[in-house]
Design a protein around this ligand. Structure first.
Ligand code: F6R
Length: 366
């Protein structure tokens, strides 16, 4: 079942080029630069006219939701709120029939996400789902939805579920942008064609997994890690930190890079690895200042950045260069070295990677 891989998690990390291709198949039309999402075709007009999109999810799926917030605001100019499903359901959340609720769940069975869905439905909002497990409760009970088609995910830590969720969300945002007339058609074309290149670029990153394996040996000692990112890669930083803590039991925190100055900087000393997730965008200069602030306090910089971002690479003790892509697609690539880093650190520490203590694959209790 593990097809020669020592763990399901590693197998699933390496499956991502195929999982993302399966997710995109039949949905990207490269001839006329359109996107076809059959599962939501009947409801798309309601989404086009919506006042607001509310996204509810937990854990890794919530991180995909945060990426979606940037995507929908940027490409479709639609106001978005991203909620922890567990908080949304117990608040007096203001949601009505002019809003759309989007729930994201790999398993489609997460109790809090399901409860958030029910709340939205009681208030009359259209509900959409992004799920992996076909026929799961959330997939069945939403008004419409899009499957990620990642295939079964056995490792408790989500990997291919995340990158396929983000792939679906990118497609939804482009489609909505086209329908709302908020995205320039040339830019839509560029994104559609670039999205089609993502599986190949993920493959390229995976070919360099040995260098991440070697690097992991040097950082497996650390009791704490800090992850920093900006814009689209702020959620990627959160996801990197979650991956590390759940499988290696190392305390890790993800922050928007600028927030470092508002507290976490006090933690930095020569023992502290700081993983900087820096796709090359308009925030690059700001990231460089953050890196300098960390180095001035002897923190150890590991960067995950575009292969042409020499400035960041040269300032880093270790760097995992990734192929260049559009900013809004970059979490699909930066996620991969983050997954590999936590996997190899967990293995070095002798942790049970596929079945971390205290965790279950599907959280059906509240
Ligand atoms: C992290 C992880 C969890 C899940 C969360 C939501 O690696 O697996 O944080 O993402 O429990 O699960 P789903 O997506 O099934 O609703």
């Amino acid at each position: 079942e593990k097809r020669g891989y020592p763990h399901f998690m590693l197998k699933e990390i390496f499956e991502q080029p195929r999982a993302i291709s399966d997710c995109l198949r039949g949905r990207l039309n490269l001839e006329d630069d359109t996107i076809h999402l059959g599962g939501i075709a009947d409801q798309i007009d309601k989404l086009v006219d919506a006042d607001r999109l509310i996204i509810a999810a937990c854990g890794t799926s919530w991180h995909a939701g945060l990426v979606a917030e940037y995507l929908f605001e940027h490409l479709a100019k639609l106001p978005v709120e991203v909620e922890y499903a567990s908080e949304f359901r117990y608040r007096e959340a203001l949601i009505d029939e002019d809003d759309v609720m989007l729930v994201i769940s790999q398993s489609g069975e997460t109790a809090d996400t399901l409860a958030a869905l029910r709340t939205a439905q009681e208030r009359g909002a259209l509900s959409l789902g992004v799920c992996n497990v076909v026929g799961s409760t959330i997939a069945r009970d939403t008004d419409a939805g899009v499957y990620t088609h990642a295939g079964p995910e056995i490792g408790v830590a989500s990997t291919k579920a995340f990158t396929t969720q983000v792939s679906v969300l990118v497609m939804m945002a482009i489609l909505l942008g086209q329908k709302r007339g908020t995205i320039d058609q040339e830019y839509a074309k560029k994104l559609i064609h670039e999205l089609n290149e993502i599986p190949g670029k993920v493959e390229e990153i995976l070919e360099h997994s040995d260098s991440i394996k070697d690097m992991a040996k040097l950082f497996s000692y650390a009791p704490n890690f800090l992850y920093l990112g900006r814009t689209y890669n702020f959620p990627a930083a959160l996801e990197g930190a979650l991956k590390l803590k759940e499988i290696s039991y190392i305390h890790a925190e993800g922050y928007p890079a600028a927030e470092m100055k508002h507290g976490p900087i006090a933690l930095i000393d020569e023992m502290m690895p700081v993983v900087v997730v820096a796709a090359t965008d308009h925030t690059n200069d700001k990231m460089i200042s953050n890196i300098e602030e960390v180095k001035a306090r002897e923190g150890r910089i590991i960067s995950i950045t575009g292969e042409e971002n020499e400035e960041v690479i040269n300032l880093s003790e270790f760097s995992c260069p990734i192929p260049e892509t559009e900013d809004c697609l970059s979490p699909l690539l930066t996620a991969i070295p983050l997954q590999l880093l936590s996997y190899y650190i967990a293995v070095n520490r002798g942790c049970n990677v596929d079945q971390p203590r205290n965790l279950a694959k599907s959280v059906t209790v509240e």
